[in-house]
Write a protein that binds this ligand. Structure first.
Ligand code: ATP
Ligand code: BTN
Length: 257
């Protein structure tokens, strides 16, 4: 992957701007700074390697050189989309899932922000907001996708098993640029549908552990049956007393019970 080949591959996509780095700390940090400085809508920061890749709550995200996708998209949501911004993590997850389906894989979304292949984590999403007073100026949507085997972290770094597209698909694995193109195409498609009735059922349809007992670890741990999603993308569980419980996005980790 290099800047020239990327620009050629992505030329049809009408990006707001593109910044490519052979190596960077975190593409989200670069995108946050660029967004604050006025980056156009749908600008992309992408790197071949991250040395300080971040997950949620400053957990480390492993992105060794030449093996995965580490990208951050800058979005400037129109006023009409503001009521639906809590769905953004779902549309980002669907944008990674769609190209996986196209490859014959069966991705599942481990709510809120992980994409599983064969019950192992193959991608994660980190969304950060740039505020202008109390208004959303822009969103930075960070995506890390394990494409080649070398992108999978050593087991001692993990609390949940990990995999890559290549681990699941073998030699049929496309080049990273091709997967990137499909992710961005799917992202544009789902962005336009953020305010429609289509997004939630599609997202819900590929949730990991649906209909199963799960544990939600976090500030208020809870066990229950995973029923589905609320219209805002919150998770709906049925607890042991048959009460509906809504879990909102936050520092929660989902596990099979
Ligand atoms: P978990 O992944 O245990 O459910 P989480 O989803 O709550 O945790 P996140 O902040 O979403 O945690 O993800 C960060 C975690 O992902 C790290 O703590 C690490 O265990 C794991 N991780 C880091 N890099 C990768 C990678 N390239 N592929 C898969 N998992 C990774
Ligand atoms: C997670 O599972 O916690 C989310 C991981 C998000 C990783 C991506 S890689 C590109 C972008 N830059 C970062 O530092 N993090 C996100």
């Amino acid at each position: 992957m290099n800047e020239t080949s990327l620009k050629k591959k992505l030329s049809k996509l009408k990006l707001g701007g593109l910044r490519y780095f052979d190596s960077i700390g975190s593409t989200n940090d670069e995108a946050l700074a660029w967004a604050t400085a006025g980056a156009p809508d749908f600008s992309l920061v992408i790197a071949d390697e991250q040395t300080q890749g971040r997950g949620r709550f400053d957990r480390k995200w492993f992105t060794p050189k030449g093996s995965g996708l580490a990208l951050s998209l800058i979005l400037r949501p129109p006023h009409s989309h503001l009521p639906y911004l809590s769905r953004t993590v779902g549309l980002a997850a669907l944008s990674i899932a769609d190209p996986c389906f196209k490859l014959g894989l069966t991705p599942r979304i481990k709510w809120p922000n992980d994409i599983l292949l064969n019950s192992k984590k193959a991608a994660g999403i980190l969304i950060e907001t740039v505020w202008s007073g109390d208004k959303v100026d822009s969103l930075v949507i960070g995506m890390g996708v394990n494409v080649n085997k070398a992108s999978v972290p050593p087991a001692d770094m993990l609390q949940f098993p990990a995999t890559s597209i290549e681990d699941e698909l073998g030699e049929a694995t496309p080049a990273r640029e091709d997967i990137l193109f499909d992710i961005l195409g799917a992202f544009l498609h789902w962005c336009e549908k953020i305010d429609t009735d289509e997004l939630i059922p599609t997202w819900e349809g590929i949730l990991a552990f649906r209909g199963e007992q799960v544990q939600v670890a976090g500030q208020s741990p809870i066990t229950g049956e995973l029923l589905g999603l609320e219209p805002d993308g919150s998770l709906l569980l049925l607890d042991a007393n048959n009460n509906s419980v809504i879990i909102r996005y936050g520092d929660v980790s989902l596990r099979p019970a």
